[in-house]
Design a protein around this ligand. Sequence first.
Ligand SMILES: Nc1nc2c(c(=O)[nH]1)N[C@H]1C(S)=C(S)[C@@H](COP(=O)(O)O)O[C@H]1N2
Ligand SMILES: [Mo]
Length: 258
Amino acid sequence: MIRKSPRNPAIDGDAVVREALRTMDASNRRRFLKHSLTLGGLSLLTGCAIVDDASVETALLKVSRFNDKVQAWLFDPTLLAPTYPDSMITRPFPFNAYYSEDEIRQVDADNYRLEVTGMVADRHAWTLSELRALPQTDQVTRHICVEGWSAIGKWGGVTFSRFLARVGADTSARYVGFKCADDYYTSIDMPTALHPQTQLTLSYDGKPLPPRYGFPMKLRMPTKLGYKNPKHIQAIFVTNTYPGGFWEDQGYNWFGGS
Ligand SMILES: Nc1nc2c(c(=O)[nH]1)N[C@H]1C(S)=C(S)[C@@H](COP(=O)(O)O)O[C@H]1N2
Ligand SMILES: [Mo]
């Protein structure tokens, strides 16, 4: 079927959409097809008014460059990741980092302070006991690493949206960034930060988070791949400036949805 764009009769909408789909990676293509992409949708997504051949080119270029934007646009903040019974927890749960187990960072609990900066009303640094005094919940979810393994674990902590509300974060900001006690760093989009399963994690399997899994605190997001889940968090900042990430700056996809 050839469907001409009603506003732009010179453009073959179906052909443009087909071409856009061709430039996407397989997972984005699947999600796009689920949301039945139209020329209007493509124009919304890329922010390009598709009125002539030049704007078609611009829009297609944007699709191939901004797969992150594509994913953020398709991210459904109400969709929950699957949860599992305790009996399905993977034991032992794997360790992974950009270094080996003998180099795991040892963070001192007494001297630990969580820095909170950027677009927040309350910039005070948190002690571990202050964090532990906040309301906590558990989740049993699947962690998926791009290196080809996945495992089910049980994490406990503070729902991150509650924490952001507590520190008076400007939730109209684009990013939340994380700096870790090793040289790791990463960042997420605000809709993911506010997702109900995004958790400031203080415990693993009912016990204080051990060093190997990110003592004293990590961010757990079952909607994101493993590398987006920072361990040993020392600083959290809310910003409109793109903060990148350790693996993301080496070419991993920034959105990193699972
Ligand atoms: N600080 C820090 N966080 C990190 C990493 C790291 O090297 N340093 N590796 C990431 C990757 S790639 C994965 S798969 C998970 C592994 O978490 P686990 O050790 O709890 O399985 O941590 C993520 N968060
Ligand atoms: Mo990973």
